[in-house]
Design a protein around this ligand. Sequence first.
Ligand code: HEM
Length: 345
Amino acid sequence: MKRCACLCLLLGLALSLMMAARGIVLAQAQPQLTSAYRADALPADDPLSAAWAEAPTLNVPLIPQAGVAPALLQATIPSVNVQSLNDGRTIAFRVTWDDATPNWHATHTDEFRDALAIQFPTAPDAATICMGAAGQLVNLWHWKADWQYDIDNGFHDLPDAYPNFYLDHYPFVSGEPPYRVPGDFDEEAKAYMAGWAAGNRFSNPSRPSPVEDLNAMGFGSTHSQERQDVAGKGIWRDGRWSVVFARPLATEDANDVQFAAGQTTSVAFAVWDGAEQQVGAIKQLSSWVPLRIQAAAAQAQPTAVVAQPSPAPADNTTLFIILALVALALVIAAFAWIYFRLPES
Ligand code: HEM
């Protein structure tokens, strides 16, 4: 009996030591996104700029949002490639992913547009990935293909989606039907476009940015910020979306994530595929990814070292595994010694 109990204990210990060794490796191996410092102007409005080649690329896997209804059961977009650059004042991100069809509009009732969001915790300690929680405010930057289309081509309105759409009169409108928004609507006429007049960003035909700056404390609480200070641009080419976001590192908005050179924070991604009728909760998302913001000083270092490239920092993973195995062997030996000294019962 004593021997049997001892054996179980030994096996349990061995298992936990092995799991600990594996945990060290996993923790060490979690990839991080580095926002590389760039002294020259950032390609903040050019998703296809060659300057993005300077930024390290991280492939971030996505999973379907299957936890809350309406859910997505199978991801249609398996991963995104992400990069970041900063010049010590502004930070820019580029996200690219494969998507066979660009879905620009959500004007028809059965039409859904492509979209992408980046999520940041606004406080140092990590927030719940599901858009924060009570007391955990997250800042979300939501790029929308239909807003991008409106900026690139003019406001895509009902007459564009429904060519036979006809409206013979609007109070105080100028021009001839079909009336064009915003061109034919001065301030007086605008008052009869309730959503636009009330400041609803979805109804605003003159979009300052294709990105909406949002906050949430858990899903279901998403709301648009008063201050919108995220710029962006998205281009679809050859079956691939490339979207950039840019914002000053620090802003005056207490509801914004604040970045600083040399800081490490977290970032997460979510993508909607309009061709698959994805919107709101129906999306694919990533887990939190560590984000390190390289400072000018750190960037300057490599130049000096480049002459005599410094050896890569020692990878301790192997050392940890060896130490763990040695410890395991010692423990097993100790237990074996005890085991065989125990009387056979
Ligand atoms: C498992 C985790 C998540 C769950 C259960 C979830 C659930 C939801 C739900 C129910 C909505 C619709 C209600 C609302 O607007 O708040 C929503 C909207 C939204 N979510 Fe999430 N979410 C999750 C993670 C994320 C992540 C990681 C991001 C960003 C990286 C994100 C970005 C958004 C955005 C931008 C909207 C508004 C979409 C729109 O208006 O079209 N969510 N989410």
